[in-house]
Design a protein around this ligand. Structure first.
Ligand code: PMP
Ligand code: GLU
Length: 395
């Protein structure tokens, strides 16, 4: 048989989803696994949003919609952005099946074969694969723990070539949980403007910021920056709606049209029912967002204190999202249980198999010798998981 697509064959499975499936499989097989693998709020979708979905079904809102999404949802998103100081017409908002899919069509809209896309590391695993899937070349710029996992403008400048098309920023970041300040972003954005680069700004965790720190949207740095920015967001994280699959991209009109065309030939549009539920999420009462944020904050403080009290591992305190990167460098070369730990993959497998705790190795995120904990898990499970980690390492 003829070979399959080389591009497709080179795509690796998502490590976040792989860990989640493995943990779920082990649970189904009767193991008492505690999962910190996937970044999915453990809260129920708020009831007003559920009811909006049910009401949509009852009202017969179950047919195809325009490919870029229903107008009430696009208008609700534009209104929300306006209330946050970002002026977009609803025709500039393109709704897709999750922020993941929005990112995919954003990259498809920008990338010609061989275009370089700059990706700050540690990065969310799917960016790297999506760049390859859309024919681009990922150019990784790494920031270690010593720089709080944030790249500098000098590093960005050094990575730009005449093939660079775009930079992806994820703020607050998955997996690091770190937040770029307004000044830090300004310096990075200036480099993008200087070299005429597009910016994909994934701000899906923007409502989850702690310690009184202020979130700045990249699109807020003036018209020149806004024109070149593809702002990605969605309802999954802010409203505990991961399974509803609604995300969006706000961009200039040319790009919005291109993305809408892509959608019209691929998914069509996200589920109509989910879109109506998302209208309620975005324009209905917002109090649950803050309730969830405060709960995540408590969990963050607990998990960070516990990790830093366990000899052999450590972490810096994340400022947003719901992830923490645990440094396991000191465990490399040690035998835990019966397993020699040579890297973060070994550690994650050993922790899962021997201590029944699922975390994600960060080599898939472009950072060696770290594992990522998602603290979108109940306090009870967080406590249980950390007790198991402590016991596992000390034995
Ligand atoms: N961006 C980042 C940084 C994420 O962590 C996620 C989590 N899945 C997504 C985008 C995609 O979210 P969704 O497709 O559920 O909207
Ligand atoms: N973004 C989440 C994570 O990093 C959800 C899983 C995924 O879509 O990759 O775990």
């Amino acid at each position: 048989m003829k070979p399959v697509s080389k591009i497709a064959e080179a795509v690796r499975a998502s490590t976040t989803l792989a860990v989640d499936s493995l943990a779920k499989q082990m649970k189904a097989d009767g193991y008492d696994v505690v999962g910190f693998g996937t970044g999915e709020p453990d809260f129920q979708t708020p009831e007003n949003i559920n009811l909006a979905g049910i009401e949509a079904i009852r009202a017969g809102k179950t047919k195809y919609t325009p490919s870029a999404g229903i107008i009430p949802l696009r208008k609700a998103i534009a209104e929300q952005l306006k209330s946050e100081g970002l002026d977009y017409d609803y025709t500039q908002i393109v709704v897709a099946s999750g922020a993941k899919h929005s990112l995919f069509i954003a990259l498809s809209a920008l990338t010609d074969p061989g275009d370089e896309i700059i990706l700050p590391a540690p990065y969310w695993v799917s960016y790297y694969e999506m760049i390859k899937m859309t024919g681009g070349v990922p150019v990784v710029v790494s920031a270690g723990e010593d720089q709080n996992f944030k790249i500098t403008a000098q590093q960005l400048e050094a990575a730009v070539t005449n093939k660079t098309k775009c930079v992806i920023f994820n703020n607050p970041s998955n997996p690091t949980g770190m937040l770029y300040s307004r000044d830090e972003l300004k310096a990075l954005v200036d480099v993008c403007v200087k070299h005429d680069l597009y910016i994909i700004a994934d701000e899906i965790y923007y409502k989850l910021v702690y310690d009184g720190l202020e979130f700045t949207s990249i699109a807020s740095f003036g018209d020149d920056v806004k024109e070149r920015t593809l702002l990605i967001n969605g309802v999954s994280k802010s409203y505990a709606m991961t399974g509803w699959r609604v995300g969006y991209c706000a961009s200039n009109k040319q790009l919005a049209k291109i993305m809408s065309n892509y959608l019209s030939h691929s998914t069509g549009a996200p589920s109509t029912i989910s879109q109506w539920a998302a209208v309620e999420a975005i324009s209905g009462p917002q109090d649950t967002v803050e309730t969830m944020r405060l709960e995540f904050l408590k969990r963050r403080d607990y998990i960070v204190d516990r990790i830093n009290a366990i000899p052999g591992v450590s972490c810096v305190k994340p400022e947003g999202a719901f992830y923490v990167m645990m440094n396991i460098e000191k465990l490399i070369g040690r035998t835990l249980g019966s397993k020699l730990i040579e890297n973060d993959d070994d550690f994650a497998v050993a922790l899962l198999e021997m201590a029944l705790v699922a975390v994600v190795p960060c080599s898939g995120f472009g950072a060696k010798n770290f594992v990522r904990w998602s603290y979108a898990a109940s306090m009870e499970n967080i406590e249980k998981g950390l007790n198991r980690l402590e016991k596992f390492i000390s034995e």
